[in-house]
Design a binder for this molecule. Structure first.
Ligand code: HEM
Length: 141
């Protein structure tokens, strides 16, 4: 069960990386555009980025609960930077990024033009994602 969840989480992780990259490109094109008008593509990309954040959140929470209920040593974990990143900083930062992306999606759906507030919330969500994504583990750096 752990392995199935971990592989699913990793697989959706790659997909989310592609979606976030698309989101950054479309966000920049829209914000640098003359009118800043929100188009269908930005709405679609934001929606799918949010959906896969929610899926990752669900799988992530189940993985965390399974780990904690299998008797994970929390004290030892906090002292170990790699474990602390994987089981505290990664889930927590990705959770905040998921909340921000949910708000951004709602605003992108209801607004006609891209406001500074939407832009900065998106940048914060992207920054948290970039911090929390386990690059070394995924790309074997
Ligand atoms: C878009 C959001 C997310 C992405 C792209 C993502 C991606 C990843 C990746 C690539 C791994 C490493 C898998 C490996 O090779 O071992 C991982 C591990 C993990 N993620 Fe996420 N994650 C996301 C959100 C979350 C959230 C919201 C939580 C929890 C609330 C979470 C909990 C975990 C846990 C507990 C592990 C470690 C699993 C283990 O080593 O057993 N993730 N995540």
């Amino acid at each position: 069960m752990d392995n199935i969840l971990l592989n699913a989480h990793k697989g959706f992780g790659y997909l989310e990386l592609i979606l976030i990259t698309l989101f950054i490109i479309v966000l920049l094109v829209t914000s640098l555009g003359y009118s800043g008008k929100i188009n269908k593509l930005l709405r679609k990309v934001t929606l799918f980025t949010m959906i896969f954040f929610h899926i990752q959140l669900l799988i992530g929470i189940v993985m965390l609960v399974l780990k904690i209920s299998s008797g994970m040593d929390m004290g030892g974990l906090m002292k170990n930077p790699a474990l602390r990143f994987q089981f505290v900083e990664h889930p927590f930062s990705m959770l905040i990024a998921a909340v921000l992306m949910t708000i951004v999606n709602k605003k992108v759906k209801t607004n006609d033009t891209l406001t500074l507030k939407i832009f900065f919330m998106s940048v914060l969500a992207i920054a948290l994602f970039a911090f929390a994504f386990p690059w070394a583990k995924v790309f074997g750096l």
